[in-house]
Design a protein. Structure first.
Ligand SMILES: Cc1ncc(C[n+]2csc(CCOP(=O)(O)OP(=O)(O)O)c2C)c(N)n1
Ligand SMILES: Cc1ncc(C[n+]2csc(CCOP(=O)(O)OP(=O)(O)O)c2C)c(N)n1
Ligand SMILES: [Mg+2]
Ligand SMILES: [Mg+2]
Lengths: 325, 361, 325, 361
C-alpha cells in the first residue's frame, strides 16, 4: 500500500502496465517530453522512449485513428485526450469506428483502445476545460466508460481497462487529481468493471454519484447523518457496464433516490439511472426521483461554483426527497 | 478452374524481372479483373432483382486494384473502402466469401451486420470496411506504426477515393505518416467523381498526388488503367517504405463506369459522352488487347476465362442462395467480448418476445 | 392544402424559405446539381443557382464550419448532412461552436444555422445509414432538436427552424420520406417549437414517440383499442425544447407511460422522458415506465426488422404496462 | 494619451506610399506593441497573484499581430485564437474592455463566461474566440463566402498557430477556400511551439506556408518580427482577395517568449539558449531601434510611450477591480434568444435555492 494522489495513481498504473506488457504504449499531445499537461504521464518518456510514449501532432482525429490501427494490429494503445472538451475531432473515430469494429467485422477485428481523458469542472476552466459529456459515450453501444473517484480505483480501473478486450473511455476527474489521496495497493489491484462502490451504507435515501461528485456527495451524507437522515452513497464508477443490480437493490432498501452529476441535466446520465429505477424499482419508490446536476447551459467560467452541485445542494435535494411522499 | 481464376497471393518480387510482370502473372491479373468485372455486372442485376439489397460497382477500377494488390505481400495489411472487391480477390479471398457477404447469409464473415460491399477478411489481412469516408486512412497509419514497433517488415495500404482527400482522416493520416516516417502506401483511386461532385470541385490542387508535399513526402500520379504501371509504382513505394524511406501517396487515375451505387442515377450529373470516352480506355479490354497482341492469348483462351468466371460466379450465387440466413438473435452478439448484464437482459427479453410470438423472425 | 409526401414537404419548405428570404441558402454534399441523394433539394439549384445552393467538397467539418461563418455574418444557412451517421466529422463544430456561440460571446454573436439530416433505420442501410443518435444533440445545451413525422410538420417545423434565432438540428425520418403522405397548408403554416402533437386521445396509457416511430405507435394504439385498451399517442416532435407540460399532463391522466424510440436504450432520449415523469408525474404513476427502443448494439443490417420497435412490440409493452400495478 | 496609444483602425491604403508605413503609422504600431507588451507582462503577474485566473501571453508575436491588423479595414472580420490581444488593440478595442474580460467583471462583454484571453468584440468585428484549436478557420471561410454573396468587398482573417495546421478545420477551411476562391487571408503565427511540441514534429513539410499549394493557392513565409513586411504582405493578400483573386496563406515566423499559458512550464521542453536567441530578435525592440535610428524617436519620447502604456493599464486594472462581478444568475442567460421552459424552470429553482440560503453567491 502506498498513499498516492489520484493523478499519481494513474501514473503508477501506466508505469506498471508498460513495464509488464511491451504491447502497451501511450500516445497523445504533450504526453512525452512534457509528461502530460497534468503530469499523468510524467517519467514514462524517460523510461520507455519515444517509440512507446509518442508525442503526436495536434490532431485528436489522428491520435484515436492511429490508436485504432495499432490496436487492430495487436498492440494495447493508451491514448490521452488532453481535455475531454477536445475529444470531438476524434468523435467520428470513436463512435463510427472504435465502438463498432468488433461488431461490424462479425468478431474478426476486436479493437481494444483505452482513451484516457481528464474531465469536469471546478478548476476555473470555463467552457472548454470543464465539460462532463460522458452521456455521449455511454449512449454509444460498444464502448465501456469508467470514472474513478479514488486513487485505488484510478489505478485499479485503469489496469482493468488496459487489459480489457474492448475499447474503454477512462475519465479522470481532474478537479480531484491532487486533492484526493488514498492508499493504493502495490500489486496489480485491478478493480472489475460493472461493480459500483458502496461508499456509505444508509437506509433513508440512496445518493448516486461518480467522479468528482463523490466527495461532495459523501460530505452531504455525513452532514445528513447529523440531521438524522441516513443516506446511502453509491459511487457508480463503472457507467458502462452499469451495476444496475446494486442501484436497484439500494433503492429497494431506501425507497428514495437522488442522482448527482456535473453534466447538464437534459439527457444526462442521471436520466438513465432514473429510467432504470422507474422501471425496475418502481414498486419500492416512495418519492419522486431527484437529479442534482449541472444546468442546461454551456459550462460557465466565473460562476462555475454556482453551476456545479455541491454538498449543500445535494443535501437540500436529499432532504426534500426524504420529506416527500 | 476456380483456383486459376482466383490466384493466391504470390510474393511481390522474385520472378518478375526489372519490376515488370511476367506474362504468366499478367494472365493472373487478367483473370482476376475478368472475375471482378463479371461479378460486378451480375451484382447490379441481382440488386435490381431484389436478391441483394445494395451494391457499389468497381467497373473501370480493376487495373488499379489488381495492379496495386499484386505488388503487396500477404503479410501487408489492406485497409479498403467499399469498392475494393478486386483487391480482395487478388489477395486470395474466395469469391464465395464475397458473395456470402453480399447476400448476408450465415456464412458471411461479417454476420449480416453490414451492407453489401463492406467486406472484412481477417485471414487475408483485409480489414473490415466501414461507410464513413476516409476513416481507414489514419487507422492504416497506426497499424504501420505498430508493425514497425514489432519489427515486422510490412506496409499498410489504405485504399480511398478522390472524395476522401477532403476528409479529416486524410489530413491527419498523411500528417502523422510524414512526421513518423511510417511504412504506409496511400493508394487513392481518383475515379473523377464523389457521387455527383466532379474531381475539380473537390479540390483546386492540380493533382491529388501533390498533396503529399504538404506532409513532407512525395506523391505520384499514374494511369490507373495500366496494370503494369500501377504494379511497378506500388512495388517501388512498398520497397521504399519497408526500407525506412517513409510513405508515398499514389494517385491512380481511373473512371467510375457505373453509378456511385445502386441508389444513384449518374445521368443527373454527368454526360454520356464523358462516360463513353472513359470506356474507350477500359482497363480490362486494354489488358485483353495486350495479352492477345503480345502474349499469345487467343479467342478460345479468352472465352474460357470469361466463361470460367461466369460459371464460378453462378456457382457461388447458388450456394449463397441456399445457405441459411443469419440466426435471428445474432445481432445481439459481438458488441463486447463478453456480454454486459444489460445485453444479457436484452437478449433474454428478445427471446421471450420471440417465444411469445410478439417478434416473428 | 396540397397532398405531399414528407420529403416533398421538406422540399416545398426549402423553396418557400429561399423565395421569401434572400439570406436563406443551402449547402452540402450532392445538394445542388444532383438535387440531394433523397431529392430533398431537387430543383433548388436550377431556381437559385450555385451561389445559394452550394455543392461542397466531402467534408462535414467544412460544411458546418462554413455554415457557422455564414450565420455569424447574417445569412441563414441550411446545411444538409447526407445521413445523420456522417455528422461526426462536424461534431466538434456543432458541440463546441454552433451551440455555444451566443452563450460564450455574452449574446454578441447569435449563430443561427439549420442542419437538416435524414436519420433512422428501416431502409436496409446497416450500421452507417440507419442510426438515431438524437440523444447526443439533445444533451448539448444551446441546440434545438426537432423531428417531424407528418408532411405538414415537416414543412411547418422546417420553416420555424429557418426563421428561429438559434441553431436547430432538423432530423428527417427517411424511412417515411415517401410512405407517409398528408395535407400540407399552402401558406407559411409554421409549427411552433416546444409543442407536442396529440395524435390520439386515450385514458389507459400514454405512448410517447417521434419521427418514424409515430406510425407504428399509432397503429399499436388503434389495435389496442380493439382489445379495449385506450392508448393516448403523443408525437413529441420537438425534442428540445421538450413539451414537458403535455408529457406530464398525459401521464397524470393515464397513470402509465411507454416511451418509444429507435435509438439504443442506454442513455437514450427515453431516459430523459422517464426521468421527467419519475420526478414530475410520480404521484400519478400506477406502473413502471416502459421503454420500447433499439437494442444496445450497433445498428444491424440483415436483421434490422428484429432490432427496430414495431406495432407488435409497442402493443406488448403497452399491455404489460396496463396490466401492471 | 489613451487615444494615441490605442489608435483606432485607419484605412489600410491611402497615405502609405508604395505599401510602406509612414513614420506616423509606424509610431502607432509601436505604441500598440508597447501597450500589448506591458499588458502581457502585467497579466502574468496578476495571474501569479491570483487576481486573474489564467493568462496566455503573446510576447514575441506583437509585430506579426500589429502588422497584420494594420493592413485590415474596420469592415474586415477577424477570427482570432486566444493570443490575439494586440490585434484587438489595433482594431480599436479599448484596453478597458480587454481587462474587463480578464477579470470577468460585469463590464466583460463575454459576461464572465469564458476563461481570460477568449475575447469577443462585435463592434470591432473581432469574433469571439474559443479554445478548440482551428475551429475559427472554416468559420472565417464561411463568413467570407457570405460577405461575397452580399457584395461586401471585405476579407476575413483567421489567426491561428503552427499547431492548428494539423487541425481538421485547417484542412477543410483551406480546401473550401481554394474550391470557392474565397476572400480569406489565412494568418498563421508559427511561434515554433504547440505547447511542448516543436514545429518540426508538428509536420514534416519544410514550411507551413507551402501547405497552401495542396489547396490550389499560394502561401508565403515572412519574418513575423518585421512589422513592415507583415503589413505589406497582408495588404497584398487582402487586395488580391477583394479583387477576386482568392485566398492566401501567410506564415509569420515568430517565437513564443513566454510559457504557453500560466499553466505551462516551458523549462520542461525547451532550452534557455533557444529562448535567448529568439529574444535577440525581439520585435518590439527591433521597431524601437528603427524608430530611434530612422525616425527621430528620442529616449524621452520612448519613455513616455512606455509610461503612458503603464499608466493606462494601471487605470484599467483599477477600474476592473472596482467593477462589480457578474450577476450570480447571469450564467443562465444567453443559451437561447428566449429561454425554454426547462431553462425558466432551472432559473426558478436556482433563485429558490439562493433565497433559501442553500446556494450562497
Ligand atoms: C463522412 C461521410 N460523408 C458522406 C458520405 C456519403 N458518401 C458515400 S460515398 C461518397 C463519395 C465518395 O467519393 P470518393 O471518395 O471519391 O469514392 P468513390 O465513391 O468515388 O469510390 C459520399 C459523399 C460518407 N459515406 N461519409
Ligand atoms: C482540439 C484541441 N486539442 C488540444 C487543445 C489543447 N491545446 C491548447 S493550445 C495547444 C497548442 C496550440 O498550438 P498552436 O496552434 O501552435 O498555437 P500557440 O499556442 O502556439 O499560439 C493545445 C494542444 C486544444 N485547445 N484544442
Ligand atoms: Mg471518387
Ligand atoms: Mg504555436
Amino acid at each position: 500500500m502506498t498513499e498516492l494522489t489520484l493523478v499519481q495513481a494513474v501514473n503508477r498504473g501506466l508505469f506498471e502496465a508498460m513495464r509488464s506488457d511491451p504491447d502497451v504504449l501511450v500516445l497523445g499531445e504533450d504526453v512525452g517530453v512534457n509528461g502530460g499537461v497534468f503530469r499523468a504521464t510524467e517519467g514514462l518518456y524517460k523510461e520507455f522512449g519515444a517509440d512507446r510514449v509518442i508525442d503526436t501532432p495536434l490532431s485528436e482525429t489522428g491520435i484515436v485513428g492511429t490508436a485504432i490501427g495499432m490496436a487492430l494490429y495487436g498492440l494495447k494503445p493508451v491514448a490521452e485526450i488532453q481535455f475531454l472538451d477536445f475529444i470531438y475531432p476524434a468523435f467520428d473515430q470513436i463512435v463510427s469506428e472504435l465502438s463498432k469494429f468488433r461488431y461490424r467485422s462479425g468478431g474478426q477485428y476486436p479493437c481494444h483502445v483505452v482513451i484516457r481523458s481528464p474531465y469536469g469542472g471546478g478548476i476555473r476552466g470555463g467552457l472548454y476545460h470543464s465539460q462532463s459529456t460522458e452521456a455521449y459515450f455511454c449512449h454509444t453501444a460498444g464502448l465501456k466508460v469508467v470514472v474513478p473517484s479514488t486513487p485505488a480505483d484510478a489505478k485499479g480501473l485503469l489496469l482493468t481497462a488496459i487489459h480489457d478486450e474492448d475499447p474503454v473511455l477512462f475519465l479522470e476527474p481532474k478537479r480531484i487529481y491532487r486533492s484526493v489521496t488514498g492508499e493504493v495497493p502495490d500489486g496489480d489491484g485491478r478493480v472489475p468493471f460493472g461493480t459500483a462502490r458502496l461508499v456509505r451504507e444508509g437506509t433513508d435515501v440512496s445518493l448516486f454519484a461518480y467522479g468528482a461528485m463523490v466527495p461532495p456527495t459523501s460530505e452531504a451524507a455525513e452532514k445528513l447523518a447529523g440531521e438524522g437522515i441516513s443516506a446511502e452513497v453509491i459511487d457508480l464508477r463503472s457507467l458502462v457496464p452499469l451495476d444496475e443490480a446494486s442501484v436497484v437493490a439500494s433503492v429497494q432498501k431506501t425507497g428514495r433516490a437522488v442522482v448527482v452529476h456535473e453534466a447538464a441535466r437534459f439527457c444526462g446520465f442521471g436520466g438513465e439511472v432514473a429510467a432504470v429505477l422507474a422501471e425496475k424499482a418502481f414498486y419500492s419508490l416512495k418519492a419522486p426521483i431527484a437529479r442534482v446536476t449541472g444546468y442546461d447551459t454551456p459550462f460557465p467560467y466565473a460562476l462555475e461554483n454556482l453551476y456545479l452541485p455541491n454538498a449543500d445542494t445535494i443535501m437540500h435535494a436529499a432532504r426534500s426527497t426524504v420529506k416527500a411522499g | 478452374m476456380a483456383e486459376s481464376a482466383v490466384p493466391s497471393v504470390a510474393p511481390a518480387s522474385g520472378s518478375d524481372s526489372a519490376d515488370g510482370l511476367s506474362p504468366q502473372r499478367l494472365l493472373e491479373a487478367y483473370r482476376t479483373m475478368v472475375l471482378a468485372r463479371v461479378t460486378d455486372e451480375r451484382c447490379l442485376h441481382l440488386q435490381r432483382q431484389g436478391r441483394i439489397g445494395f451494391y457499389a460497382p468497381l467497373q473501370g477500377q480493376e487495373a488499379a486494384q489488381v495492379g496495386a494488390a499484386m505488388a503487396l505481400r500477404p503479410e501487408d495489411w489492406v485497409f479498403p473502402a467499399y469498392r475494393e472487391m478486386a483487391v480482395a480477390l487478388l489477395r486470395g479471398v474466395p469469391l464465395q466469401a464475397i458473395i456470402d457477404q453480399l447476400f448476408s447469409d450465415s456464412s458471411d464473415l461479417t454476420k449480416g451486420r453490414q451492407m453489401p460491399n463492406h467486406f472484412g477478411f481477417r485471414a487475408q489481412n483485409f480489414v473490415v470496411a466501414s461507410s464513413p469516408i476516409g476513416t481507414q486512412i489514419t487507422q492504416a497509419v497506426g497499424a504501420a506504426m505498430a508493425a514497425r514497433l514489432r519489427g515486422d517488415p510490412i506496409v499498410t495500404v489504405p485504399f480511398f477515393g478522390d472524395g476522401a482527400t477532403s476528409s479529416n482522416d486524410f489530413h491527419a493520416g498523411l500528417n502523422f505518416a510524414g512526421v513518423f516516417k511510417v511504412p504506409t502506401v496511400f493508394f487513392c483511386q481518383n475515379n473523377e467523381w464523389a457521387i455527383s461532385l466532379p474531381r475539380e470541385k473537390q479540390t483546386r490542387s492540380p493533382t491529388l498526388a501533390e498533396k503529399a508535399k504538404a506532409y513532407g513526402f512525395s506523391g505520384v500520379v499514374i494511369d490507373g488503367n495500366d496494370v503494369k504501371a500501377v504494379y511497378r509504382t506500388v512495388l517501388d513505394a512498398r520497397r521504399r517504405a519497408v526500407a525506412g524511406g517513409g510513405p508515398t501517396l499514389i494517385e491512380a487515375q481511373v473512371y467510375r463506369f457505373g453509378p456511385h451505387s445502386t441508389s444513384d442515377d449518374p445521368h443527373r450529373y454527368r454526360s454520356n459522352a464523358e462516360l463513353e470516352a472513359a470506356k474507350r480506355k477500359d482497363p480490362v479490354l486494354r489488358l485483353q488487347r495486350e495479352l492477345k497482341e503480345a502474349h499469345g492469348l487467343d479467342e478460345a483462351g479468352d472465352s474460357k476465362i470469361w466463361d470460367d468466371a461466369r460459371a464460378q460466379l453462378s456457382a457461388a450465387i447458388e450456394v449463397a442462395e441456399k445457405t441459411p440466413k443469419v440466426a435471428p438473435d445474432s445481432f445481439l452478439d459481438d458488441v463486447f467480448a463478453t456480454p454486459t448484464p444489460r445485453l444479457a437482459e436484452e437478449r433474454a427479453a428478445f427471446e421471450a418476445l420471440v417465444r411469445e410470438g410478439v417478434i416473428k423472425p
